[in-house]
Design a protein. Structure first.
Length: 673
């Protein structure tokens, strides 16, 4: 009886976590009854799920009802409705669902598919076991989620770091729903992981749509699942894989629209949802979706003529429904629906010319050049990064362009050819870039007449390449630019799988597949922020310490600050970051001070010396009800002990220094006598 009660309580505890994921599964199963390929149902079901996540976040937020009860109710009723609908489908059985036909797979195909599944399982395991600890996760991805949960709304709030407000929020909306229902961060890394799974499936479907054989489809998935940056990101709360997945959906349904003289309404809706969710996930989505949308306009203008207004009206409706509220929030605070003046100055190219475009193309590609260290050959072969930098500098001299031109580089003087990295902030994909170059050479050297869909292959390849060129044209080079390239590598997977399997002998194709899998294992096992092996790894490290694996010097002060805060009666804590130019490691404060007693929950709000555009939000509800009894100052870490005053006077309130440990300092008001 005791075991039954334990199991019963465990089921009760984890059920809320599983409801959104169960909804996704049912949407896929239902879609499978209307698809001739089970992979299409994955894309279709996830698009509906993405729209539901947006609506289930935005609508309660309008009424400041973004709470556990409301979110649970919305997902529960949706799940029950889908269960009933799926039951009716099973009962009627007038439509036969598509199934995976394993009989068509050879032994070698099954082995390669098993390897793909192994990569997916291991990355999922890492994502669940490891606490989030990526730089962007700590400074803006997860802090914005915690502020939204605390405020019961996604309205903009006063903050030092505008990235917490202005950036497209879909990935964080999805994280928010999982975090509210789980009341913890155990599943926050799953959004990127699910995006990787969807992308691996989606690229094989695109390969099929382009006319690829089964081995070509499998090879496309292997190429995708082994991208080093993709492996690293699939275990984190970054959003590059999330936007890559929506681009995969857009790419497939764009190709699908070519197979019919009249675009089916379901395909139009899928294109509209894919496009809207891509630009709602990451700003780079605007750049990478543009070639697809221009291609659609060009191809279907002659087919539809004046009727073209209908698909574009549907697309516009989706954009407004999904992105509209975020545009309004940004416009209210920054006077711009997309960005702030700060981001325009930092990231937008300031000069447009052919030499600067060539410069940016070369420098972006150079982030993926360290093939020697990628294959661990540096004991036998001198790494090429040094000579590559000299060649690139020489090319820039011939172009008459400074290799660190501040008009095309951010931060200033930051460009360099990087070595192999196991961090999702800067990791490159040298072997995959080499294979892409070989694939492009295949396009140029071999005739495509033998391929039944040569026009679609060329068009698709040009769209992907155009997205990369547009990216180089519009954005300054940054040390962590390779993160944004993930979408290009993912989208190129189907072309690689198709052409390599078509023109290369079977033995070479299998050898390349094995080499991709084996060489990428190192990125699976030794992720810098979340290593699975090594002296210190996620299996032998406490979860609260994993937050600081990337910045271990912060562990002691943060844990001490959390202990002190939990022993105080004060529960409204103002966060003051005097060095506003420095991004602050904010997120760990939230889980470390979490209390199971709602009456002892902390309320954190950015406070005091902040004087930026978001400061105006301090006068609005609920932020104007914030009256801190304590101040936590987080400064830029310093070698020497910072000069901290003994007391602060803010808004006619005096706060006295209680504790300090570089870079944190706590102040409290003296108790009233």
């Amino acid at each position: 009886m005791e075991i039954f009660l334990i199991d019963h309580h465990l089921i009760f505890l984890i059920m809320p976590d599983l409801i959104p994921l169960g909804t996704l599964l049912l949407l896929i199963l239902i879609s499978n009854y209307y698809s001739d390929d089970w992979r299409i149902s994955v894309l279709s079901g996830s698009l509906v799920w993405g729209v539901l996540i947006t609506l289930f976040t935005e609508i309660p937020s309008l009424f400041h009802q973004l709470t556990f009860g409301v979110i649970l109710t919305l997902w529960s009723f949706t799940l029950l409705g889908l269960i009933w609908f799926y039951y009716r489908l099973l009962k009627i059985q007038k439509i036969t669902p598509s199934k995976i036909n394993f009989n068509r797979l050879k032994l070698v195909d099954l082995i390669l598919v098993s390897a793909i599944i192994l990569f997916i399982i291991v990355t999922g395991f890492i994502g669940i076991i490891a606490a989030p600890n990526n730089w962007d996760s700590m400074t803006y991805h997860l802090p914005r989620v915690m502020h939204w949960i605390q405020n019961h709304s996604v309205q903009h709030y006063p903050t030092y770091y505008s990235a917490q407000l202005v950036h497209p929020p879909f990935a964080e909306f999805a994280i928010l729903n999982l975090r509210i229902l789980s009341e913890g961060d155990r599943y926050v890394n799953l959004i990127q992981w699910l995006s990787m799974i969807g992308s691996v499936i989606g690229v094989s479907l695109i390969a099929k749509q382009l006319g690829s054989s089964i081995i070509g489809q499998i090879l496309a998935s292997i190429f995708c699942v082994t991208i080093p940056m993709g492996i690293l990101q699939s275990t984190s709360t970054q959003n590059d894989y999330a936007v890559a997945y929506w681009l995969v959906c857009l790419a497939y349904f764009t190709l699908l629209s070519l197979s019919s003289p009249k675009i089916p309404l379901t395909v139009i809706v899928a294109i509209a949802a894919s496009f809207s969710l891509a630009i709602f996930t990451k700003t780079s989505g605007y750049i990478y979706t543009l070639p697809f949308m221009l291609f659609l306009l060009w191809i279907h203008f002659n087919k539809l003529r004046w009727k073209l207004w209908l698909p574009f009206a549907i697309i516009l409706v989706f954009i407004l429904v999904i992105n509209g509220n975020h545009y309004l929030r940004n416009f209210e605070v920054y006077g711009n629906p997309l960005s702030t003046a700060e981001y325009k100055n930092h990231y937008r190219i300031e000069v447009y010319s052919l030499p600067t475009l060539i410069s940016n193309i070369i420098r972006n590609l150079s982030l993926h050049l360290d093939i020697v260290r990628y294959f661990n050959l540096d004991n036998w072969i001198t790494p090429t990064t040094g000579i590559s930098m000299k060649i690139i500098a020489l090319i820039h001299k011939l172009l008459g362009v400074d290799v660190n031109d501040i008009r095309t580089t951010y931060p200033p003087n930051s460009y360099g050819v990087l070595g192999v990295s196991f961090s999702e902030d800067v990791a490159g994909n040298p072997f995959h870039l080499l294979l892409i170059i070989l694939t492009l050479l295949s396009l140029l050297l071999w005739r495509l007449k033998s391929l039944p869909k040569k026009q679609e292959i060329l068009s698709y390849s040009l769209i992907v390449i155009s997205g990369f060129l547009l990216f180089c044209l519009m954005l300054k080079i940054q040390p962590y630019q390779s993160r944004h390239h993930l979408s290009i590598f993912v989208l190129f997977s189907p072309v690689f799988g198709l052409l390599i399997s078509q023109y290369w002998k079977s033995l070479i194709v299998i050898s390349v597949s094995v080499l991709l899998l084996v060489s990428s294992l190192q990125f699976l096992l030794f992720i810098k922020q979340r290593p699975l092996l090594g002296e210190t790894n996620i299996l032998n490290t406490e979860r609260e310490r994993i937050y600081f694996l990337n910045r271990q010097f912060l562990e002691t002060p943060y844990l001490e600050a959390a202990t002190i805060l939990k022993n105080q009666e004060c529960r409204q804590i103002g966060l003051d970051f005097p060095d506003t130019a420095s991004q602050v490691w904010e997120y760990p404060l939230w889980p470390l001070t979490k209390s199971n007693n709602p009456e002892k929950s902390f309320r954190f709000q950015h406070f005091s010396s902040m004087k930026n555009e978001s400061y105006q939000q301090s006068t609005k509800f609920p932020f104007n009800t914030f009256h801190p009894c304590g101040i936590l100052i987080i400064q830029k870490p310093q070698k020497n002990s910072p000069n901290i005053p003994n007391k602060l006077t803010i808004d006619q309130q005096t706060y006295y220094r209680h504790w300090t440990s570089n870079p944190l300092t706590l102040f409290f008001r003296k108790p009233e006598k």
